[in-house]
Design a protein around this ligand. Structure first.
Ligand SMILES: *[C@@H]1O[C@H](CO)[C@@H](O)[C@H](O)[C@H]1NC(C)=O
Ligand SMILES: *[C@@H]1O[C@H](CO)[C@@H](O)[C@H](O)[C@H]1NC(C)=O
Ligand SMILES: *[C@@H]1O[C@H](CO)[C@@H](O)[C@H](O)[C@H]1NC(C)=O
Length: 283
């Protein structure tokens, strides 16, 4: 009988505590506008608003892996979650908890917001490839480039490239065109170089971009810088026809001036000579 009462009281008390806990901190705002930004597997989670009087803690939930906490009690509105997304083919969601500093060791569940799902392998953006060198010899244009690196390392400490992760899902496209024309052509490679046939009398410009053909979104990566070859450039190519026109105009002006001047001088001489003769005539 007494036990039943005690049990009843305990139940009542825990129910009361549970209600208190559920009430939590109802006034704490939760994160909004949560975005994932990820390039070459470096992944940053961002959200709003700036906290005032509370903190955020990020929890990363995978499908199979344990929940991991990042940026515990941060006053920032972003968190680098790269190292907890190492299992790149897994799909993750982030919970952004709003907590007071004392709240964490309490039993109460802090209010939180849930991000959209994110799968690094299919969503990280391919960064710019780095062009190492290029040559145009005869009718061959050769371009050598490097894979962008990821923040992940091999056991020996060297960084993995995006090729190490994507393997045969990754290819690169070279877009090239004759300098000062707009007709673009492209070539594809799975290696680190392009060798294409070009017109040996023309200069070419080009850039490179990583591509993952199997993706539905974010298929094309960032574009490398544009570079142009410079075979047998003569002064006319270098400076254009305008400079020649300007030089020609100046030369013509100088010649005209010289002719006009000499004509004037000549006339003066003649009139002077005529004047000198005059007195003789008049005498
Ligand atoms: C969330 O994003 C929307 C649209 O970009 C913006 O209008 C709103 O102010 C943002 N919310 C906060 C809390 O900054
Ligand atoms: C690029 O540079 C490497 C070494 O610097 C050289 O061996 C290679 O031939 C160069 N490739 C081209 C296409 O110029
Ligand atoms: C580290 O290991 C990777 C893969 O096993 C290999 O490709 C790379 O060359 C190694 N790097 C060094 C510096 O040994």
């Amino acid at each position: 009988m007494l036990r039943a009462v005690a049990a009843g009281r305990a139940l009542l008390l825990s129910a009361l505590l549970w209600r208190l806990a559920a009430a939590g901190n109802p006034e704490l705002p939760t994160a909004v506008n949560i975005t994932w930004s990820s390039i070459n597997f470096k992944t940053i989670l961002q959200w709003q608003p700036k906290p005032s009087g509370y903190f955020y803690t990020v929890e990363i939930h995978g499908q199979t892996s344990d929940t991991k906490k990042k940026c515990i009690l941060t006053a920032e509105t972003e968190c680098d979650v790269t190292d907890v997304l190492r299992n790149v083919k897994e799909t993750y969601t982030a919970h952004i908890l709003s907590v007071t500093s004392s709240g964490m060791d309490n039993f109460e569940e802090p209010p939180f917001a849930v991000s959209e799902k994110f799968t690094p392998y299919s969503q990280t953006v391919l960064g710019k490839p780095e062009i190492q060198n290029y040559t145009q010899k005869g009718s061959k244009l050769n371009v050598v480039f490097q894979d962008p690196l990821t923040p992940y390392t091999f056991p020996n400490g060297s960084f993995q490239s995006i090729r190490d992760i994507f393997q045969h899902d990754l290819e690169y496209k070279l877009y090239y065109w004759k300098d000062q024309s707009s007709g673009k052509k492209d070539a594809t490679t799975e290696s680190h170089k392009f060798e294409i046939s070009v017109d040996n009398t023309k200069n070419y410009c080009f850039y490179i971009q990583g591509v993952i053909p199997s993706r539905r979104e974010n298929r094309n990566g960032q574009e490398s810088m544009v570079l142009c070859t410079s075979i047998g450039r003569n002064i006319l190519d270098e400076y254009g026809a305008e400079v020649f026109i300007i030089i020609a105009v100046i030369v013509i002006a100088v010649i005209t001036l010289a002719v006009v001047l000499s004509v004037i001088l000549c006339k003066r001489k003649k009139t002077k000579a005529a004047r000198e003769k005059e007195p003789l005539n008049s005498i």
